[in-house]
Design a protein around this ligand. Structure first.
Ligand code: NAD
Length: 227
């Protein structure tokens, strides 16, 4: 059984990491164009670095929650591949082995010159922190308006799903949101989100609950039935 998980900010909400679009979400406090676009980086790199330093500190202080851990347990009985829009590492810290980050990883820094090598981001990233080729480092995060290099790999993963779990994403950020459409015929699609988005033209089971409640229950049920 091939289970593919498409996760978004909502799966980490119960770990205390702010989502983007809920009422107390990040974008209530920041404007996308000030901190998460290439233009913002050219205009005020110090502000952008500071924004992501705060995100990194928040992630470091957080712990995986019951939803991340349930997905890690599911690996005992199924092939589980996670395609996440999240830049945190809470799936990995819970023990998930196959995690593809569509929008980058906050624990890594990236060079600003090709081939855009990544490096562990020890503490904060400061102006003047350079890669070995002498270029400024930036967060390894895909900003709005930038290409999503992992998209094709993610689409190929979704195309092989027997079950697609869509967890904690408003499905408003494209191209990530379009990945659901790659689910093959016969794939069972389950959406877990208290404010589950509508997915048009597809047969979907919706569970309007928090991921930390619904996922452990679903995984226990499946493990009882040995997928
Ligand atoms: P989003 O904020 O647009 O949507 C979050 C969704 O999670 C909403 O539909 C909400 O109803 C749901 N949700 C809230 N609490 C939940 C819970 N306990 N259980 C299940 N669902 C819950 O976030 P998104 O769809 O991921 O897309 C926006 C962008 O946000 C992505 O590009 C992503 O990279 C970025 N982001 C990442 C993080 C992170 O790394 N943890 C945090 C914030 C935003």
């Amino acid at each position: 059984m091939n289970v593919v998980v498409l996760s978004g900010a909502g799966i980490s909400a119960e770990s205390g990491i702010s989502t983007f679009r809920d009422s107390d979400g990040l974008w209530e406090k920041y404007r996308i164009e000030d901190v998460a676009t290439p233009e913002a980086w050219y205009r005020d790199p110090a502000l952008v670095l500071d924004f992501y330093d705060q995100r990194r500190e928040q992630v470091r202080a957080a712990a995986s929650n019951a939803a991340h851990m349930a997905l890690a347990r599911l690996q005992d009985v199924a092939m589980v591949q996670i395609v996440t829009q999240n830049i945190d590492d809470l799936h990995e810290r819970a023990g998930s082995r196959h995690v593809l980050h569509l929008h980058g990883e906050i624990v890594l820094a990236r060079s600003t010159v090709p081939p855009y090598e990544t490096y562990p981001a020890g503490g904060n990233i400061a102006l003047g922190d350079l890669c070995p080729r002498g270029a400024q480092l930036r967060p390894h995060v895909v900003w709005f308006g930038e290409e999503v290099p992992m998209l094709e790999r993610a689409a190929r993963i979704v195309q092989k799903a027997d079950v697609l779990l869509v967890v904690g994403t408003s499905l408003q950020v494209y191209p990530a949101a379009g990945l659901v459409q790659y689910a093959p015929k016969g794939c069972k699609i389950i959406v877990i989100d208290p404010n589950a988005p509508h997915i048009s033209g597809m047969d979907v089971v919706t569970i309007k609950e928090k991921a930390g409640v619904a996922l452990p229950r679903l995984v226990e049920e499946w493990m009882g039935h040995k997928l």
